[in-house]
Design a protein around this ligand. Structure first.
Ligand code: ARG
Length: 462
């Protein structure tokens, strides 16, 4: 290698590339408000415990507020060769107020500072997510109320099993996602613990007032061990997990709607704005938005796995690996917020093909369980009743007929136990009979809807 080239390589390594590689700037930049809020609270606390004077605190706070407005109006000059935004803001504060800026860091380390910023950032994000999920849940309930009379086939193994109300299906989505909402609340609680005041990792020598800081910053709890405070990131794993769980649930909804929008099912009409055409096939209306939510779920799961792997076997206390804690979660939260927005609008604008769903429910022996139940009510052991109906159903299916087309005398040929009332078994009968708690009868679905409305209003009032 010639000498010039060698020198050039080493200077690049020590300069631009090296700077970018070690910097957390690109993700931290999203947290400038939190970083400044933490510094302002810290300055007030230092004043309270007489480590800085009130005029020093004023000048620190004014300087920080000026920096905040410069950042907000895009006037701030970021230097992304500095490791992170804490150093950028610290440097800018020095330039504004001189050496007093250095007083702000008495008893504070970037380790507890960044841990605090990140918690504040994700607390706000969880609040946003919660709002989006709540309004999507509201939309699901509205759709269930609006379509309460629609009957559709229910499936196991993607084979028709028993008829259900479409609203029962939709309320299953509600049930899944309402648990995610509870997970958000749990996740918020885990984020709501303040690490500030832990110093580098061993605590601080100053008579720090952590209660005051927690109050100023709106934290509900204060961390109890300084080493854990700067070393742990399980609260960010929680953010990744709640995003993963919710994305998993909505990707299942997306998959079903993709199927239902096919020509083969034709149960659902997606709003045109959520479909795209093909560059060659003029008739196409592809469900890209649903597919993209399903696809982006992969990345969100990857972010969870990524952070778990980063943390695995990491020794305490702070290691620079921990700087990689936030990127994935920031992306996952944003993906989830957007996905929920898309689904909410889609749910408010889509329509169902009621007749197609009804027709599809009539095909196949979807009422077979009801006929077996009928015999079981006449005291035939259910397993025996099951065998009788299974045989009839198989025989009829080879003749391209279904049980519910049989006449009373044909029923009587199968078993003397069939009476005239067997003729009333139809889709509606089958559905309304399933009036067990959580079942698909109109009564039961209305009860679920009532409870869902209560769940939403309780959550809105928290
Ligand atoms: N940029 C670091 C991070 O975001 C800040 C903490 C730095 N601490 C240290 N000991 N290098 O995690």
């Amino acid at each position: 290698m010639n000498k010039d080239k060698k020198n050039k390589t080493s200077s690049i390594q020590g300069g631009e590339i090296f700077g970018d590689f070690t910097s957390s700037f690109n993700s931290d930049i999203k947290m400038f408000r939190e970083d400044i809020a933490v510094s302002i609270a810290y300055s007030k606390m230092l004043e309270k415990i007489d480590l800085i004077s009130s005029s020093e605190s004023k000048s620190i706070i004014n300087g920080l507020n000026e920096i905040l407005s410069e950042i907000e109006t895009n006037k701030f000059k970021w230097n992304n060769s500095l490791e992170d935004i804490h150093l950028n803001i610290e440097k800018a504060l020095y330039e504004k107020i001189g050496n007093i800026a250095g007083k702000l860091h008495f008893g504070r380390s970037r380790n507890d500072q960044v841990a605090t910023d990140v918690r504040l950032y994700f607390k706000n994000k969880i609040i946003n997510l919660r709002e989006e999920l709540l309004s999507f849940l509201q939309e699901i309930v509205t759709l269930s109320e609006k379509n309460i009379s629609i009957i559709m086939p229910g499936y196991t193994h993607l084979q028709k099993g028993q008829p259900v109300l479409l609203s029962q299906y939709l309320m299953a989505y509600f049930a899944m996602l309402s648990r995610d909402l509870d997970r958000f609340d749990q996740c918020y609680e885990n984020l709501d613990i303040m690490p500030l005041g832990s110093g580098a990792f061993a605590g601080v020598t100053i008579p720090i007032d952590r209660e005051f800081l927690a109050n100023e910053l709106g934290f509900n709890k204060i961390s109890t061990n300084s080493i854990d405070s700067v070393s742990s990131r399980d609260h960010i794993l929680d953010v990744n997990y709640v995003c993963s769980s919710t994305m998993l649930n909505i990707s299942r909804i997306c998959e079903e709607f993709i199927l239902w929008a096919t020509d083969e099912f034709d149960f659902i009409n997606l709003p045109e704005k959520f479909t795209t055409g093909s560059s060659i096939m003029p008739q196409k209306r592809n469900p890209d938005y649903l597919e993209l939510i399903r696809g982006k779920t992969g990345g969100v799961l990857g972010n969870l796995m990524g952070l778990m792997t980063t943390i695995k076997a990491l020794p305490l206390t702070y290691n620079r690996d921990l700087q990689e804690d936030r990127n994935g979660a920031i992306l996952s939260v944003d993906i989830l917020i957007d996905s929920l927005k898309v689904l909410k609008i889609m749910f408010s604008e889509l329509s169902f093909n009621k007749d197609k769903m009804l027709n599809s429910s009539m095909k196949s022996d979807i009422l077979a369980t009801d006929f077996a139940d009928y015999l079981a009510y006449k005291k035939v052991p259910f397993r025996e009743a099951y065998e009788i109906i299974k045989k009839v159903s198989q025989k009829l299916s080879s003749e391209k007929k279904s049980i519910n087309e049989l006449t009373l005398s044909e029923f009587k040929d199968i078993s003397e136990l069939f009476d005239e009332d067997v003729m009333q078994i139809d889709l509606k009968y089958s559905i309304e009979k399933r009036n067990s708690l959580g079942g698909t009868s109109t009564n039961s679905v209305n009860y679920q809807i009532k409870n869902a409305n209560k769940f939403i209003s309780d959550k809105l009032n928290v």
